[in-house]
Design a protein around this ligand. Structure first.
Ligand SMILES: [Zn+2]
Length: 62
């Protein structure tokens, strides 16, 4: 028997790891794409497409 909640979880909006605000992702995000959180301005990198996952983009300081 399939669990309905699994489908619901897979369609959860992606949220900013820094502030938890939902992120407006493009329709077809690209792996490694960097975007900005509208709420806190954090730089976010697409780390995974299936499932869709973003992490804070950390720029290496020189
Ligand atoms: Zn944020």
């Amino acid at each position: 028997m399939l669990n309905d909640w699994q489908d619901a979880a897979s369609s959860e909006p992606t949220v900013c790891p820094a502030c938890g605000a939902p992120i407006g992702l493009p329709e077809d995000p690209i792996l490694g794409e960097v975007m900005w959180c509208d709420a806190c301005g954090a730089e976010l990198e697409v780390m995974s497409l299936q499932p869709l996952r973003v992490e804070l983009f950390e720029e290496e300081e020189k």
